[in-house]
Design a protein around this ligand. Structure first.
Ligand SMILES: [Zn+2]
Length: 135
């Protein structure tokens, strides 16, 4: 298994009510030349947690951090005008806490970060680093 030292939170940069599946993102990421979806987990608006890339494989979600991290994305991140926004539903917020708690149990030394901590982007459109500092 890889050494996991960071759990990095993303949004999919799609509209709040837009249905986005693992299959959709796999297709988009293959178009970028990656062999499959770049994230390890995807959380839909109903709070369902879907596995993406296997945890034992490096992801493709955060430049210079992929080798030692797990990438988690919630579906959304854009308001109706296409601007970055925290569009997480209550179910997504609960699922994020559930998944992060489980991952912290398995990787107790991993720290939780927003993608934007490492890249000049809005992603994930909220301050995950502060919000999950207590986990
Ligand atoms: Zn991101």
């Amino acid at each position: 298994m890889r050494r996991i030292s960071e759990l990095i939170i993303h949004c999919t940069a799609t509209f709040a009510d837009q249905r986005v599946t693992v299959a959709d993102i796999t297709r988009w990421h293959k178009q970028r030349g990656w062999h499959t979806i770049g994230y390890h987990y995807l959380i839909d608006q109903a709070g369902n947690i879907f596995p993406g890339r296997p945890e034992n494989q490096s992801g493709a979600h955060c430049l210079n951090h992929n080798a030692h991290s797990i990438g988690i994305a919630y579906c959304g991140g854009l308001d109706a005008n296409g601007n970055p926004a925290d569009t997480r539903t209550p179910a997504q917020k609960a699922a994020l806490i559930r998944l992060l708690t489980e991952l912290k149990h398995r990787y107790p030394h991993a720290t939780i970060h927003s993608h934007r901590d490492f890249a000049p982007k809005a992603c994930p459109c909220f301050d995950a680093t502060t919000e999950y500092a207590h986990l």
